[in-house]
Design a binder for this molecule. Structure first.
Ligand SMILES: Nc1ncnc2c1ncn2[C@@H]1O[C@H](COP(=O)(O)OP(=O)(O)OP(=O)(O)O)[C@@H](O)[C@H]1O
Ligand code: SF4
Ligand SMILES: [Mg+2]
Length: 344
């Protein structure tokens, strides 16, 4: 079986604004294999969240997906799954997520591809207990009795090491600390045993000690549930600690993509090199010691992008031709591409 779980091809997602159409995600392609983690990194506004929401088809107007294909090896869709048969043991079949009906997409969302957001308090409903919310996720995807859904919610809370889970399950989101709320979000994301977890800056809102704990938790959940992950961060240090492959985004495009060790030992795009220069001690597999500093210059206005290389106004090694030439991704090594004329 093909081990590519998710394949995104030439995705373009736009915002229709009074000033014109903004390409927030422009011609983005990547693959995530079974049990692998792809780190998506880049400065604020480069299109990371829009990419994630596009995969789940959760973009709201004025945003829309303009083109692209998203192939996902689903266990539940494609005729291989029937009620009473375990989805986990069913063979998977690639479905194109952008062309299936919304009713089918709802079976994928949460049950096969789940997402953890940056700010857990906005994703949790303040008027229900956290246990009720996790149990509701279970019931949305399988016909189980209320009592069984509740038991599964407690089990999921225990799996993410929430102490005294049966008591905590009866509490409301505001009664929990930020770190516990994020654990609840992870429990809710994993309770239906998804194959792919999208984690969008899951630790940014937390203090440093709790950040490290949540990263460790995600790593252990990844092993335990054989998860694939799309891990989004503006912090290359966090990506170094969790990812197998990295995609660096700039102004809606992937500008460099490679195995994680390669991006630290042999960065080829001047933007990636700038991101790395602003980090002190980073090694793959270790936790970061400091947050990423901004590189010189400002993030471009997507409505007024330069016609050539999007990084040209900030690039320390730009050539005259870069003003007029929008480079493609050039292969620079095994599984390694960079969008720069210097890599021709
Ligand atoms: N409501 C909107 N109207 C127009 N453009 C928008 C709107 N929301 C977002 N955008 C555009 O989409 C781009 C990408 O936004 P996105 O949220 O994906 O960035 P991000 O990489 O997730 O940033 P952050 O690190 O801050 O979360 C933004 O730069 C912005 O230009
Ligand atoms: S194409 Fe030119 S401007 Fe763009 S990153 Fe490469 S050298 Fe810099
Ligand atoms: Mg974001």
């Amino acid at each position: 079986m093909n081990s590519d779980l998710l394949t995104v091809e030439n995705l373009r997602s736009v915002f229709d604004t009074p000033e014109g159409t903004v390409r927030a995600v422009d011609d983005v392609s990547f693959k995530i294999s079974a049990r692998r983690t792809l780190g998506l990194v880049g400065e604020s506004g480069c299109g990371k969240t829009v990419t994630a929401l596009s995969i789940l088809r959760l973009l709201q107007p004025p945003a829309r997906i303009e083109r692209g294909r998203i192939l996902f090896h689903s266990r539940k869709l494609g005729g291989n799954f029937s009620p009473g048969k375990s989805a986990e043991n069913s063979p998977s079949q690639a479905v194109e997520l952008l062309s299936i009906p919304e009713r089918e997409m709802r079976k994928v969302r949460g049950a096969e591809i789940a997402m953890v957001f940056q700010e857990p308090s906005t994703a949790l409903d303040p008027v229900f207990t956290v246990g009720e919310q996790i149990a509701e996720t279970v019931r949305a995807h399988s016909k189980v009795r209320r009592r069984d859904a509740w038991s599964q919610a407690i089990e999921a809370m225990e799996a993410v090491s929430i102490p005294d889970a049966p008591r905590r399950a009866r509490e409301y989101p505001h009664q929990l600390s930020g770190g516990l709320r994020q654990r609840v979000m992870i429990a809710m994301a994993l309770v239906c045993h998804p194959q792919l977890l999208i984690a969008d800056e899951p630790t940014t809102a937390l203090d440093v000690t709790v950040q490290a704990q949540i990263l460790e938790l995600l790593q252990s959940m990844r092993e335990r549930f054989a998860l694939s992950m799309l891990f989004i961060s503006h912090d290359l240090g966090v990506i170094a600690a969790v990812a197998d492959e990295v995609a660096v985004m700039y102004a809606g495009k992937i500008v460099e993509q490679s195995p994680v060790s390669e991006i630290f030992s042999n960065p080829r795009h001047p933007y990636t090199q700038g991101l790395l220069r602003s980090l002190p001690t980073i090694r793959p597999g270790t936790l970061p010691t400091r947050k990423l500093d901004a590189i010189p210059g400002t993030v471009p206005n997507l409505l007024a992008l330069p016609p050539g290389c999007k990084f040209e106004p900030r690039c320390p090694v730009r050539l005259e031709e870069c003003k007029g030439l929008d480079p493609p991704l050039y292969p620079v090594g095994e599984g390694h591409w960079a969008r720069c004329v210097l890599c021709r």
